[in-house]
Design a protein around this ligand. Structure first.
Ligand code: TYD
Ligand code: MG
Length: 461
């Protein structure tokens, strides 16, 4: 008998390779290629045909002018933080992928929203991970009434589809897509082929029957199971549920949304009664802030439409290694390397003799260049052991020549800082020059270069 043909698939991006490689040639990640059994030719083509049903065959080109504007029906989820991230609620017939590490709270969140959604619509919760009893126990703890809520504990795709046709839900929750498998496909549950084909079947069903679907996707750092990246291009919205499992704060971030803006975040706190919304995240992040410690610097970042006060902490210590350590949590380490290089070159500071550890408090991650100056200030503060005053907020982008570049939404940021009791703000000179800024109770300090920041920090203490 001929041995079945196999090939290798990247569990992160889904790229194929005929042989095993340590690094995926497509996305560049290490150790993500997993072996899969190839489908026999005729089976593979019939799978494709059925899974693409409804999208192929009878479509015709339409003149743009004759297209009608769609009207999206949206349902509130009961959590306004989540509604905002989704773009004002869950759209009928849309498919949302909720991705996050195991134990972060995905099932908890979905059980909570199924209660509110269930008040006006029929919800089917398909769980491939927990038994009905376990789900009920959790639902009780969360205070879920369970009205119009149906539970199905099943992992077989064909079975789930048959049950769906019976129940006819308006909203369907699939927890998780990686546990669901189809009999028609040879590879193991959780493999790229299974995850992709099952998801495609559900997406087609959602579109054809107007069911809103929420798919849970586990993120696995070891790459043992297919990651949500494989599904991102197929679904309407991708939400990442982030946070440190040990900490109570959780952030939901939209990285793709066909029905709303991306970069919007929702902030939650994990309590003993499930996830609670945090309407005022800046206050939460500033609570318990260490006072009078070197290496700390506050900034205001814009997340979606909201300004958010965050704090950078840097620890600079003499190194014992031939090449010093650089670790960063919550900010891109390439950005940190760049800022360190600018500080060394333009200010002559000796970071190369030191290890550098950088952290954003509250498990937040910031990917805005406007955070550059606060990162620089916290690094300088830790290196020189001079405290950045607690009532000073620092914002601006740093250029390679050491110049401070302008940032967006400065006034909104400064106002948020003033609201939280900050009284001084270091801001880019270019912003202040273009549009003079005056915010009550706030002293504005415009700076042109990184050298001026050093001066200001010296004067402030
Ligand atoms: P869960 O929703 O099961 O995570 P996921 O589905 O993303 O794997 O959440 C699990 C964690 O949440 C678990 O460690 C316990 C915690 N938790 C609470 O703190 N309070 C609660 O009310 C619930 C239901 C869970
Ligand atoms: Mg779960």
């Amino acid at each position: 008998m001929k041995a079945p043909k196999t090939y290798f698939v990247c569990t992160e991006c889904g790229a194929h390779s005929p042989k095993w490689l340590g690094k995926c040639p497509h996305c560049g990640r290490w150790n993500t290629l997993a072996e899969e059994v190839a489908e026999p030719e005729e089976e593979a083509s019939s799978t494709r045909r059925t899974s693409l049903a409804g999208l192929s065959g009878d479509s015709h080109a339409t003149a743009y002018t004759e297209l009608s504007m769609p009207t999206y029906m949206r349902s509130e989820t009961g959590l306004s933080e989540l509604d905002r991230v989704l773009g004002d609620g869950l759209v009928t017939g849309s498919v949302v992928l909720l991705a996050g590490e195991p134990g972060i709270g995905k099932s908890t969140l979905l059980m909570q929203i199924s209660d509110c959604l269930g008040q006006s619509r029929k919800v089917l919760y398909v769980s491939g991970e927990e038994s009905g009893g376990q789900l009920k126990l959790r639902a009780k703890r969360l205070g879920v009434s369970g009205e119009h809520l149906y539970i199905l504990t099943e992992t077989n795709l064909e079975h789930i589809l048959a049950e769906t046709d019976q129940v006819k839900p308006d909203v369907m929750i699939l927890d998780s897509i990686q546990t669901i498998y189809s009999d028609r496909i040879n590879s193991a549950p959780g493999s790229v082929t299974q995850v992709r084909e099952c998801a495609l079947t559900f997406i087609n069903k959602a579109k054809a029957e107007g069911i809103s679907m929420l798919l849970v996707g586990h993120v696995n750092k070891e790459g043992g199971i297919a990651g949500p990246k494989v599904l991102e291009h197929m679904v309407d919205a991708v939400l990442y549920f982030e946070g440190e499992r040990q900490q109570a704060y959780r952030v939901i971030r939209a990285v793709k949304n066909r029905y709303g803006s991306t970069n919007e975040i929702g902030v939650f706190e994990m309590t003993d009664k499930g996830l609670a919304e945090v309407a005022n995240p800046s206050e939460m992040l500033m609570a318990g802030r260490p006072r009078n410690v070197s290496g700390n610097c506050a900034l205001c970042t814009i997340e979606g439409t909201r300004p958010l006060i965050a704090e950078i902490q840097a620890l600079v210590t003499p190194t014992v290694f031939p090449s010093p350590r650089r670790t960063s949590n919550g900010v891109d380490y390439n950005r940190v390397y760049l800022i360190l290089a600018v500080l060394e070159k333009r200010l002559g500071l000796k970071f190369y003799q030191n290890d550098v550890y950088l952290n954003v408090i509250g498990g937040l991650s910031i990917d805005e260049p406007a955070a550059d100056l606060a990162i620089a200030a916290s690094l300088i503060s830790s290196l020189t052991d001079r405290v950045v005053p607690d009532d000073l907020i620092v914002m601006g982008e740093l250029g390679l020549a050491g110049e401070v570049r302008s940032i967006s939404n400065l006034e909104q940021r400064v106002r948020e800082a003033a609201r939280l009791g900050f009284t001084k703000a270091i801001v880019p000179f270019r912003n202040a020059e273009k549009r003079p800024l005056s915010v009550e109770g706030m002293k504005i300090i415009p700076v042109k270069s990184v050298y001026e920041i050093l001066q200001e920090l010296r004067e402030q203490v």
